[in-house]
Design a protein around this ligand. Structure first.
Ligand SMILES: Cc1ncc(COP(=O)(O)O)c(C=O)c1O
Length: 407
């Protein structure tokens, strides 16, 4: 008896794992995440996108921000997101690459585009300027200015944003210091070099993503003001970047108003045009992933999605903790909860997410887990590493579409 294998789990025929070519998005789904899982019993991860939520977030920024808030495409470049933003009134987009610029032109043809990657290829600059009408560019060194001038034929209508570095001591939850930004002491000279060849001149920075401390903006703006003063040249615009946070189980950020107060009321901006580039806060609560549990080993759940898939920011780079809940169609679920870590499907050991993620004590193979707050940096970060990474996309019906379907 002791040598006998005890088989647990489902018996009977199993569905085939879908092939990428047959994987079309499902648009205007009128049900809920739970009803989808109940009927589809998905073998692969499913991404649920809620366009109503995207539109609501966009309108909130458009209403509250006292300037222009171009949406940072990198955060979630899905066509539905871009189209929804444009429809909600977003008239400007911050792009990091020519691919993102092409996507904006396709889904929001009339939008203003800011090319805010401080290092760009010559080909990308040319196509951005001549094909897509992009006039605003960021840079953080004089060689990039020369590149911009050469590739645009000394264009007379450039809007140049000098990106200043944020001191390491002011880093936030997801640190963006170290890669881009000219040190404040060198920035005045670069501003002076840019001024004669810029139709409009701006300063920009990024305090880091998921910034939990509103005063970081006030500090960065004070630094920007010192740089402008030291430069002795006229600066037309200030771009305070992204970084506006969303709520996670272990992080409840101050209200957006407090951030805006730190940006405006606590600084004398004079007649500087104000810009911000929100990514995370524009899409935070508009996406969720459903992953399946393939194995449980103690407090570690092995899922069919992970760091190389839709859960990049839960992995070692971000260590974000997401809200989670269990779906077990037709089955009882224990009331008591405990915390777990997740492991993704690939064979790499960085494909692990320490959480802790809170779920019922009886999670088992074959259960589905809904992971929320995955609007940002999810779809855009996934890879096909180890042959995984396929995701079924489900675009939820808007309230309007639901009402129509109910008639
Ligand atoms: C230049 C730039 N702008 C905007 C953003 C968006 O930042 P967030 O998603 O934190 O709002 C980023 C993110 O990396 C960025 O690099």
């Amino acid at each position: 008896m002791s040598n006998q294998l005890v088989m647990r789990g489902p018996v009977g025929p199993l569905p085939l794992i879908p092939n990428q070519k047959k994987f079309n998005p499902i648009n205007g789904y009128v049900g809920t995440i739970d009803s989808f899982v109940e009927t589809a019993r998905p073998v692969l991860p499913v991404y649920f996108l809620n366009p109503d939520q995207v539109a609501a977030n966009a309108r909130r920024f458009l209403t509250l921000f006292p300037g222009t808030p171009p949406y940072a495409v990198k955060c979630n470049p899905d066509p539905v997101v871009l189209k929804t933003m444009a429809k909600a009134g977003v008239q400007a987009f911050d792009a990091a690459s020519i691919e993102e610029i092409r996507a904006v032109r396709k889904y929001a043809p009339k939008a203003r585009i800011l090319f805010m990657n401080p290092v760009k290829s010559r080909e990308a600059i040319r196509e951005a300027y001549y094909t897509h009408g992009v006039r605003a560019y960021s840079l953080d060194c004089v060689d990039e200015l020369y590149k911009l001038l050469q590739e645009t034929g000394l264009a007379p209508d450039l809007e140049v944003f000098v990106r200043i570095a944020i001191p390491k001591a002011n880093a936030t939850t997801l640190d963006l210091t170290g890669k881009f930004g000219i040190p404040a002491e060198d920035a005045p000279e670069l501003l002076r070099q840019c001024r004669p060849v810029s139709a409009k001149l701006g300063l920009c920075f990024h305090v880091g993503s998921q910034c939990m401390k509103p005063e970081r903006y006030a500090q960065a703006i004070r630094l920007a003001a010192q740089v402008i003063k030291a430069s002795g040249v006229k600066v037309d615009a200030l771009d305070v970047g992204g970084g506006f946070p969303v709520e996670y189980p272990n992080m409840t950020p101050p209200a957006l108003d407090t951030y805006l107060e730190n940006i405006t009321h606590r600084n004398r901006l004079g007649d500087l045009a104000l810009i911000c580039e929100p990514g995370r806060a524009m899409v935070g609560n508009s996406g969720a992933v459903v992953a399946r549990v393939e194995q449980r080993k103690g407090n570690m759940l092995y899922l069919n999605d992970g760091t190389y898939g839709n859960l990049f920011d839960a992995g070692p780079c971000g260590n974000l903790i997401y809200p989670t809940r269990l779906i077990r169609p037709g089955g009882e679920i224990a009331a008591n909860q405990q915390t777990y870590g997740f492991a993704g499907p690939t064979c790499d050991s960085i494909d692990m997410m320490k959480g802790p993620f809170t779920l019922p004590v009886d999670v088992r193979e074959g259960d589905w887990i809904v992971i929320e707050q995955l609007g940002p940096y999810c779809l855009s970060m996934g890879t096909r590493f180890n042959g995984f990474g396929q995701t079924q996309m489900v675009v939820m019906a808007s309230e309007k579409e639901k009402a129509k379907a109910a008639r």
